[in-house]
Unconditional design. Structure first.
Length: 272
């Protein structure tokens, strides 16, 4: 007993040291066991019964699809007057009638549209001793602005100028009966004679009439600088095609297209 009383601290320390060594010795076993347990948990498939999803509510989508299948058109030209105020006009005889904005184009008539040609003609030949013969080729542009006179160009064979080349000539040198040309823009080969020129369409000319004011506008080209005025407005012709005339309203720069139907065209009477 005396021994225990004198050495109990040493004995207690020895017990603690032995216990600590035992714990240290058991740590690898405990770590290995815990790792095995974690690996087992990691590889274990957890099966759970999921809750069913709620049914899809497609009512809004179906409504949108139904609306998309129904076309909606905005009528800006219809019988309402929101964007189409009525304008009152007076005929030549003093009769007043309603004419909606733009309605004058329903009244405006195209009585005729005629083609305008680019014409190549054989005019003459110039023979100078010691020099090649020069052939006088006349060109007339009916659609050009201003004068439409024939412009004669004298040119020898195989020389290109003014969009043509004289390839060959037939007949006497001083008075050929025909010449063969090649047009530079289209590479087309044509034959000219004194009584048979070559022509191709390069534009159109229109005759118009506005019956309420008894106005006729004849021989109008898109190259004209003057305007045509009717129904209180003035317009410039900006284009003429085979079946339509395009007018530009001077007051608001709005373009109007008037289609031409030869079946409905009537001869315009002479202006009063």
């Amino acid at each position: 007993m005396q021994f225990l009383k004198k050495n109990y601290e040493k004995i207690l320390l020895a017990v603690v040291v032995v216990a600590a060594l035992g714990v240290v010795a058991c740590l690898p076993i405990l770590v290995s066991h815990e790792k095995s347990r974690l690996d087992e948990l990691e590889n274990k498939v957890i099966t759970r019964k999921p809750k069913p999803l709620p049914a899809l509510d497609l009512a809004k989508d179906d409504a949108l699809l139904q609306r998309a299948q129904t076309s909606i058109s905005l009528n800006l030209a219809g019988p309402h007057k929101v964007f189409n105020p009525v304008r009152w006009q007076m005929k030549a005889g003093g009769v007043i009638f309603p004419n909606p904005a733009g309605g004058e184009f329903n009244i405006l008539e195209i009585t005729k549209i005629s083609p305008l040609y680019e014409i190549y003609s054989l005019e003459s030949a110039s023979v100078t001793p010691g020099l090649p013969t020069h052939y006088g080729i006349g060109i007339r542009h009916e659609a050009a602005a201003g004068q439409h006179a024939v412009k004669i160009t004298y040119v020898p064979l195989n020389v290109t100028t003014n969009n043509f080349t004289v390839l060959s000539a037939e007949g006497p040198e001083e008075d050929p009966t025909s010449v063969k040309l090649q047009l530079a823009d289209t590479h087309q080969t044509v034959t000219l004679s004194k009584d048979q020129p070559f022509k191709r369409v390069e534009g159109y000319m229109a005759d118009l009439r506005y019956p309420p004011e008894n106005k006729d506008f004849r021989g109008r080209r898109k190259t004209d600088t003057s305007s045509i005025c009717f129904a209180g407005e003035c317009y410039k012709i900006v284009d003429i095609e085979e079946s339509e005339v395009v007018l530009l309203q001077q007051s608001n720069q709005k373009q109007w297209i008037k289609e031409f139907n030869p079946k409905n065209a009537t001869s315009s009477p002479p202006p009063p």
